[in-house]
Design a protein around this ligand. Structure first.
Ligand code: GLN
Length: 579
């Protein structure tokens, strides 16, 4: 894309061409009727089809809750906390954007009510509004507009200069009290930008009541009416449904919602989420959006690779069983990025992941007494899997069960990947059962332990819980390139991965642990913070203090997840021999 330029008269004789800032175009995605419609996936899929047309795409997620960020929210309630390079603890939808669009977002790309009010109140305290009454309109709404406009211009795809299009997802459902200031700010923004710079896609639901079997348009009609009452008019509708919409339903929606049939997209249930961009592409969503935004498609739109990926996944026949031993196994969103990273790695090996959830507490000896059936079932699952993954976590619930899973993996030479807490678990397990330090523990779980093999190493604060951890991208240096992890990372001497933790391996125990056979093969630049451990003479036993799952992408699987899947299927050695 060529930068716009304006002819400016400098003086009577000279005329200079001075590049001006291109006007950012916005696609706003709102949701109606019910929550959980997959607005995030729809919005990121819109990004994918626009990117395939040659546009550079960025995104903003608006969460109308009062928390400043997602860092203090429970994964039980809200799904995983996604971590960015800059240490932002954000909503998991930002992970969808990063994965689908292969971009690197900043914490500012996640706007919350908390952040907006905090910035306005800080300004008020500084005296910036001196003499004025500070109000939701215009002060909060202005802050929202300014935030959107400045954040949308941050480059996120590794290239210089702002993107062409910013996809904004407004969390919640239209009509919620919490989202009102955002709706009003977006209404003002759409008015000031003009139609050709602002496109609104409203995601809604078309249910079928089983008795009649008819596709019902009324809920969508109501939510569009609600949107209009707030001053926003949808340009496109994205209707979620179980089965494809019939023509009559689309015509009815068009008539009552004032949206042309060509702009009514249907997202019906599909075998995997990679099909959503494909669905949108097949319905020419990109053309409808670009027409609205007065943009032309580049000469060679390229959607082939995405199409291939979505379709080839459906044809995979073999699978690999992975035991996920965690605490939050009731809600799979709690470990969303880990699940995605496993998916990317499996697909790279032409396998389907078969994730077997194991509640860590069911593995514990105590559970053999209190819930013997669950205990037996959990161990049967572990024994039936080809590898074990212990993901990150906080708090002591399930820790003894995770220790037993790590012990089982070590002793039975079952491939093991321990992430963050999972790495600390392997250190505790090894200290207890190999070094014989029976009460070895992390200070997090037993502040009085005589053998604190995992301790608090402050980069953060001991007193405040929000945003005080060791967060974001840090560099890990490999001491010896002849280790499995460095080989998997392409024989690299270092790697940058994302972190989110307070506790770390106690440097005072490193020598003892190493002399008993556990190898710390990667550390930070000071050599004090242990980042990667391996167990030689084991097919694959790796613990990492960082979270490799956050940087895994479809088609670019994370090295350590790939290693786990290869080891689980007996193919790792062949790859390492080549490295
Ligand atoms: N609770 C551990 C810590 O704070 C592990 C954190 C995690 O797994 N993300 O260090």
């Amino acid at each position: 894309m060529v930068a716009d330029a304006t002819v400016v008269e400098v003086d009577a004789l000279t005329v200079a061409l001075i590049p001006t800032k291109r006007q950012m175009k916005y696609v706003l995605v709102t949701g109606g009727v019910v929550s959980g419609l997959g607005k995030g996936v729809t919005a990121s899929s819109i990004g994918v089809v626009l990117k395939a047309c040659g546009l550079r795409v960025t995104s903003i997620k608006i969460d109308p809750y009062l928390n400043t960020d997602a860092g203090t929210m429970s994964p039980f309630e809200h799904g995983e906390v996604f971590v960015l390079d800059d240490g932002g603890e954000v909503d998991l939808d930002l992970g969808n954007y990063e994965r689908f669009l292969d971009i690197t977002l900043t914490k500012e790309n996640n706007i919350t009510t908390g952040k907006i009010y905090q910035s306005v109140i800080n300004k008020e305290r500084r005296g910036d509004y001196l003499g004025k009454t500070v109000q939701v309109v215009p002060h909060i709404t202005d802050a929202i507009k300014n935030w959107i406009e400045s954040v949308s211009s941050i480059p996120v795809d590794g290239k210089d200069g702002p993107a062409d299009i910013c996809v904004i997802e407004l969390g919640g459902t239209v009509g919620d009290i919490e989202s009102m200031p955002f709706i009003e700010a977006l209404r003002q923004l759409s008015f000031s930008l003009g139609d050709e710079n602002f496109c609104l896609v409203h995601v809604s639901l078309v249910p079928v009541l089983s008795v009649v079997g008819e596709q019902k348009t009324k809920p969508t009609q109501h939510s569009v009416r609600e949107l209009r009452a707030l001053g926003l008019t949808p340009d496109l509708l994205a209707c979620r449904s179980a089965q494809p919409l019939i023509e009559g339903t689309k015509e009815k929606l068009s008539q009552f919602c004032h949206v042309p049939v060509s702009n009514i997209l249907n997202i019906h249930d599909v075998p995997n989420i990679w099909h959503i961009p494909l669905l949108l592409w097949n319905q020419n969503a990109h053309e409808a959006i670009m027409k609205q935004l007065n943009l032309s498609i580049c000469n060679a739109p390229n959607f082939q690779s995405w199409r291939k990926m979505a379709e080839s996944y459906d044809n995979l026949t073999s699978s690999v069983k992975i035991a996920m031993v965690g605490k939050y196994v009731g809600l799979s969103d709690s470990y969303l990025s880990v699940i995605k990273a496993l998916l990317h790695a499996c697909v790279a090996c032409s396998l389907k992941p078969s994730v077997e959830w194991v509640a860590a507490s069911d593995l514990e000896d105590e559970s053999a007494r209190s819930t013997p059936q669950a205990h037996a079932a959990a161990w049967k699952t572990i024994e039936g899997c080809s590898c074990i993954l212990v993901p990150g976590g906080f708090g002591d619930r399930g820790v003894p069960g995770m220790i037993l899973a790590a012990k089982y993996a070590r002793e039975n030479k079952v491939p093991y990947l321990g992430i963050c807490l999972g790495m600390q678990i392997s250190v505790i397990e090894f200290s207890r059962h190999v070094l014989g330090l029976e009460r070895a523990n992390s200070e997090e779980f037993d502040p009085e332990t005589p053998h604190p093999v995992v301790i608090f190493m402050p980069e953060g604060s001991r007193t405040h819980m929000g945003s005080t951890m060791r967060l974001g991208s840090r560099r890990t240096f490999f001491q010896d390139l002849n280790c499995t992890s460095s080989k998997l990372y392409g024989n690299s001497s270092f790697v940058d991965e994302r972190h989110r933790h307070r506790y770390e391996v106690n440097p005072d125990f490193v020598e003892t642990l190493e002399s008993a056979g556990l190898k710390f093969v990667g550390s930070d630049e000071t050599g004090k913070r242990m980042e990667v451990l391996e167990l030689p003479n084991h097919p694959y036993y790796i613990g990492v203090q960082f979270h490799p799952e956050f940087k895994s992408r479809p088609g670019k699987p994370s090295a350590l997840f790939l290693g786990l899947v290869l080891a689980a299927t007996g193919k790792l050695q062949a790859l390492l021999n080549k490295a």
